[in-house]
Design a protein. Sequence first.
Length: 346
Amino acid sequence: MKAPVSARSAAPAARAIARWLLGVAILVFCMVVVGGITRLTESGLSITQWKPITGAIPPLTHDQWMEAFHLYQQIPEYREINQGMTLGDFQFIFFWEWAHRLLGRLIGVAFALPLLWFAWKRSIPAGYGWRLVALLALGGLQGAIGWWMVKSGLSVRTDVSHYRLAVHLLTALFIIGGLVWTALDLLMLARSPRAQPATLRPLALVALLALVVQLLFGAFTAGLNAGYVANTWPLMNDHLVPEGISWAGSLWATVSSDPYLVHFIHRWWAWAAAILLLMLARQAKRAGARGASIAINASVGTQILLGIATVVSGIALPLAVLHQAVGALVVASAAWGAHAIGRRAS
């Protein structure tokens, strides 16, 4: 039986684990970016089967490609939208979905194997083992959520459920936040063996909840293609409150599923979220975390400008991808700022 690590060796171990977690967070960020490209190129339904192990190898022969293409031709998206597409066109959309899934597999390996190594070496500080296992489980759940999302577009719909898309995106962003927060806790522990994990302060909680609402409606906007209903700013087709909102269903159905209203909420709730995040940045600076303050201010400001540019451009692919990428950076910087104001004296 290996003896627990000494206080002297605990600091390097905590620092090593923190760096590993930040590396995994970068990989998850890359997956969010590739996921955005996959969505914007309408590639998400190109692989109609879920093969967690063998699916890592793409079709290698012409016959294998034709088999994959034949499976895609059976779903509504092909029959109603992409009827007559060439094999080359299919290979293009297949690539992005395959790359997205491959990144997910790589992230699983990049998390599970080092976790096993640190556990075998008894390098994981007390109280952090359950957190790391929870993050691993959440990553596995994210893979299942991804397939649950894809399944919603394989039988009746020509696209995936925007509700399931929102769950998939928010889970990925939550994982990024969890990785960053845990890494920051470990870096504090590396500096001081008596350091306690940071707590979530009221201002941080409110700011993060406001951000979650904004991200939720961003996912709805993406899933419903609601960004296309208006390409003017600040007015939507010459109106502050856009014409075309249908109130035929329930309040929740309208708020979450009407493209005009979803776009309107995403557009204007952004300012409420931004104000709260800038307040968080101010508090982080007062707490001595100038880097976190700069990161929040820079990412939030950039995200607002990108959101406007994306709308005005008619949802140009590069701008839309950057908008999703910077959204992930907003989450990471907000987690950094929330952690900074929640640090406890050791």
